[in-house]
Design a protein around this ligand. Structure first.
Ligand SMILES: NC(=O)c1ccc[n+]([C@@H]2O[C@H](COP(=O)([O-])OP(=O)(O)OC[C@H]3O[C@@H](n4cnc5c(N)ncnc54)[C@H](OP(=O)(O)O)[C@@H]3O)[C@@H](O)[C@H]2O)c1
Length: 352
């Protein structure tokens, strides 16, 4: 345990991010100070918001500094503790550096996980913040009523796949789009959406929505922005809601701007953004609901697991090319053994 591997952010990308924005480096093993713990990471989550953070802009989080070690949500095990409330073997989830080992202040940035409650990986996946995002967006902004049409973009992804299934649970007619035929087939056959289409091979977004949402859209769960958002706005029904969850098509290049905005007025549409980290108070209700849905086999999910810290930059770039199918997680070390007591239906699982 003398060498550590870290991934540093070394260059602000211009346009589409590539691996040259990152450097994989060896670093000395960190030593925890008083009040700190030494954490060995074993899973890291890769998420779209990391790309906007590479650009200097006014946002809800500061941009990454050039030269800093990358960071994001991750999971690790305490291997040395100088904090009275943590001991060796405790498993923690929270903001971690992209590093094999780190000395960290546990404070409010990490929480301890109970061993045996669920597979460790699920705390970054189906029980994690992407699923909470779907729950918060639909409950607080979408407010679905039975029989309404819900359109979900990036519907095979971490947030989208859960938003689409919650829409079904809440009684909506759900239409999803994704970027490969395999993903579309999964949306129809496994998630049982009412309709799904491949936005890359569709004649146009407008034609696809006209075909699959003939009565219009009551709720748009917007993950993509750009042309996708434009088409959803063009098909929104009176009193529709646009849940502005994300705009991934605009993270590497600016969008061309929304047109026909008067439709928001004429159709009395509510369009609202949100950031999931402001709604952690909904985590207990979400966890209880999700545990019940998983137990009843009502939620299915997929993960793409990439191996090795050195592959994190490539995997993050791939997220913007649709290479992940479901939640993108990187395994950077062995997970600690645990015996899971809670039954999560095996049929609800799947991985790429
Ligand atoms: N508001 C919040 O608090 C919050 C929290 C988490 C996530 N989000 C947002 O939710 C959205 C989904 O995030 P996620 O974590 O669930 O990621 P994800 O959907 O698991 O992965 C991203 C997917 O987006 C699709 N995509 C990438 N570039 C695209 C483009 N140019 N046009 C259309 N589709 C594209 C790809 O799937 P295809 O193969 O289908 O193209 C890719 O697999 C993102 O916009 C993210 O920023 C918001």
């Amino acid at each position: 345990m003398s060498e550590n591997t870290v991934v540093r952010f070394v260059k602000r990308p211009q346009g589409f991010v590539d691996e040259s924005s990152f450097a994989i480096e060896s670093a000395p093993m960190p030593t925890p100070a008083d009040g700190q713990v030494l954490v060995r990471a074993f899973y890291h989550s890769l998420d779209p918001y990391m790309r906007p953070r590479m650009t200097e802009m006014d946002s809800y989080v500061p941009p990454f500094d050039v030269g800093q070690i990358m960071s994001g949500r991750g999971m690790g095990v305490v291997v040395a503790s100088r904090h009275p409330e943590y001991k060796d073997g405790d498993v923690v989830v929270g903001m971690l550096q992209w590093a094999g080992y780190q000395a960290a202040d546990p404070g409010g940035l990490m929480r301890k996980l109970e061993s045996g409650a669920a597979p460790w990986k699920d705390y970054l996946g189906v029980l994690g913040s992407a699923s909470l995002t779907a729950y918060v967006g639909l409950k607080l902004i979408g407010e679905p009523r039975g029989g309404e049409t819900l359109y979900v973009s990036a519907a095979s992804g971490a947030v989208g796949s859960i938003a689409a299934q919650l829409g079904k649970i809440m009684g909506c007619r759900v239409v999803g789009s994704a970027g490969t035929d395999d993903k579309v087939a999964w949306l129809k056959s496994e998630l049982c959406l009412d309709a799904a289409f491949n936005y890359r091979t569709a004649k146009s977004m407008d034609a696809a929505l006209a075909e699959h949402c003939p009565e219009g859209i009551d709720i748009d769960f917007e993950n993509v922005g750009g042309d996708t958002l434009q088409a959803a706005l063009d098909h929104i029904r009176p009193h529709g809601r646009i849940i502005m969850c994300g705009a991934i098509s605009e993270y590497n290049q600016p969008g061309s701007g929304l047109k026909r905005i008067f439709r928001i007025v004429s159709h009395k549409v509510r369009m609202q953004g949100f950031i999931v980290s402001e709604h952690v108070d909904m985590m207990p209700a979400f966890t209880a609901d999700m545990a019940a849905w998983l137990k009843d086999g009502k939620i299915k999910y997929r993960e793409t697991i990439v191996e090795g810290i050195e592959n994190m930059p490539r995997a993050l770039v791939g997220l913007f090319r649709g290479e992940n199918f479901g939640k993108l997680i990187v395994r950077v070390g062995d997970e600690p053994h645990q015996t899971v007591k809670a039954a999560v239906a095996p049929a609800s699982r799947g991985s790429a």
